[in-house]
Design a binder for this molecule. Structure first.
Ligand code: 6CS
Ligand code: FE
Length: 316
């Protein structure tokens, strides 16, 4: 295979030490054009930790219609049989639904809410599009967890995402508490790229979305990063928002509580970071995992224009 200049070699046969990321964390910091609602303290915190947490970002009554629509979708047998719906490897219940912004106008409009899009453009320093959207579901008493990983490691290897210039916005559709498998993050882990061992099998995504075996960092690197930065698991009511950098290591435990945990994820990629050929996989993944066609810059849309100009304060 031609050895194109790959800035982040991974899925290797031999071990390689972690090394510093090549891109800034907040892009175009000095360009006034990309100013947004985040103040200096928030930008510095994002640069330090690799994520920002907004408890009660949206009010619960704004979030309820999204959760109700998801419950309606679960009755659509054709959709539930499609390959963009991933079943839980243990219970067979829904684990993930990909392509939410293309399945629902309500979810599509939310990707363009100025209160989220304004922050995302500010962090990425450019126009943006949706690389991937999904809902990760963990029903009570059985929702399986997700192993430690960097999303960017997968998106670089399997989707051909060249640089670290993407951010995930995760909106809690249900309360996230210490018992129902909240997302755990390692603050500061976004600053190092951790090459992983093990070549990517053909059609790896058919298994990796149920349980990730390839592209999982080695335990020594995980331990070193957790020793340095600790582990944080933001908790809060439905409507809370987590922004996390594409290379921040994260994981989550299985849901041993009676309460469901449903989180919506919009992955925003810079229009200057469009997908190329996979850097470490035999062939590209489907469109619903890594967008190659629907990549027009997002236009803002506000479902609550009467609240415009109130910054990112929670919608009560
Ligand atoms: O492969 C992916 O794109 C997905 N895998 C994980 C574990 N997180 C990011 C993304 O949804
Ligand atoms: Fe992930």
């Amino acid at each position: 295979m031609i050895d194109r200049n790959d800035a982040y070699p991974t899925r290797l046969r031999e071990y390689h030490e972690p090394f510093p990321r090549r891109e800034p964390i907040v892009h175009a910091r000095k360009e006034r054009r990309w100013d947004g609602p985040l103040d200096e303290v928030s930008l510095s915190r994002y640069e330090r930790d690799g994520f920002l947490w907004f408890e009660g970002f949206f009010s619960k009554d704004r979030i309820t219609p999204f959760f109700k629509e998801l419950q309606e979708m679960a009755k659509d047998e054709a959709l539930m049989r499609s390959e963009q719906v991933i079943q839980d490897p243990n219970s067979g219940a829904i684990r993930s639904v990909f392509g939410m912004h293309e399945l629902s106008d309500r979810f599509d409009r939310l990707t363009r809410d100025p209160r989220i899009l304004g922050m995302v453009r500010q962090l990425l320093g450019s126009e943006v599009y949706i690389h991937q959207s999904r809902i990760n579901d963990k029903f009570g008493f059985q929702g399986s967890g997700f192993d430690w990983h960097s999303d960017f490691e997968t998106w670089h290897s399997e989707d051909g995402m060249p640089k670290m210039r993407a951010v995930s916005a995760s909106l809690m559709l249900t309360d996230n508490n210490e018992f129902n498998g909240p997302l755990m993050l390692i603050p500061g882990s976004h600053r190092l790229f951790v090459p992983c061992m093990g070549e990517t099998p053909e059609m790896n995504w058919r298994e990796s979305l149920k349980a990730q075996r390839i592209g999982v960092p080695d335990k020594d690197a995980l331990a070193m990063l957790a020793e340095n930065g600790g582990i944080q698991a933001p908790k809060g009511p439905a409507g809370s928002l987590l922004l996390f950098e594409c290379n921040t290591l994260h994981a989550s435990n299985e849901n041993m509580s009676p309460w469901p945990r449903s989180n919506l994820f919009f992955v925003y990629n810079s229009v200057d970071n469009a997908l190329e050929e996979p850097f470490a996989a035999p062939s590209p993944r489907p469109e619903f995992l890594g967008a190659r066609r629907n990549v027009r810059p997002l236009e803002m849309h506000d479902d609550y224009p009467e609240l415009a100009g109130q910054g990112v304060s929670p919608l009560r």
